[in-house]
Design a protein around this ligand. Sequence first.
Ligand code: PEP
Length: 249
Amino acid sequence: MRSKIVAGNWKMNKTLAETNVLLSELTGKLPDTTAEVMVAPTFVNLAAAVQDVSASSIQVIAQNMHFAENGAYTGEISADMLLDIGVDTVIIGHSERRAYFGETDAILAKKVVAALAKNLRVVFCFGEELEDRKTDNHFKLVAEQLKNGLFQLDASAWSKIVLAYEPVWAIGTGETASPEQAQEMHAFIRKTIANQYNTEIADSVSILYGGSVKPANAKEIFSKEDVDGGLIGGAALNADDFIAIISAI
Ligand code: PEP
């Protein structure tokens, strides 16, 4: 059975003191759940965050990494650096990395390979722009992102992959894909993976939805058959909201 996952992407938010406070609230209020709960603070606070959650089931994950093992890449972070501080999962391909930092499918494919080579787990993000949806190009675009980013992998690598479908038009906009739109795309993603690999892999990969998930809409989105949880941005910055979303799963 595939994992249910609720992951909070904190982006470039929260100082060290704020990180400690939010994690103390989250660990204190964490509901009893079989879902995996992940938080992705900024790099400089990762090590402290790992300490903060050490007595809890919350997993601290990274928002990004570089594909090189080490070397002259000013400002970048390697897989080994993450592992060294106890972080074994990394988000790759978030739409903000694609849009603002020029991360192409080819770069992301290299990052995925580099992360898996170090046995990191990867939360791979992808999703269409509004224009793609308006022009009915969204299925094609998503299939291309999957192919370019992940279909170079051997079947055995897929046990380390979590997918996060995040329509760009729904991220941070307050606009959410309807539960039906999310389900339709998640089913398409599963079918695309089954065609490329097999149904066993397609059925075992967790596919998260991301895009303005809030306490008010989480339950309905999570109730859909092929939605295995969420990647949460804004609502993950508030303990009560994030806890409510975790409870919704
Ligand atoms: C995200 O950035 O991955 C995201 C889903 O953000 P938000 O929940 O704020 O739309």
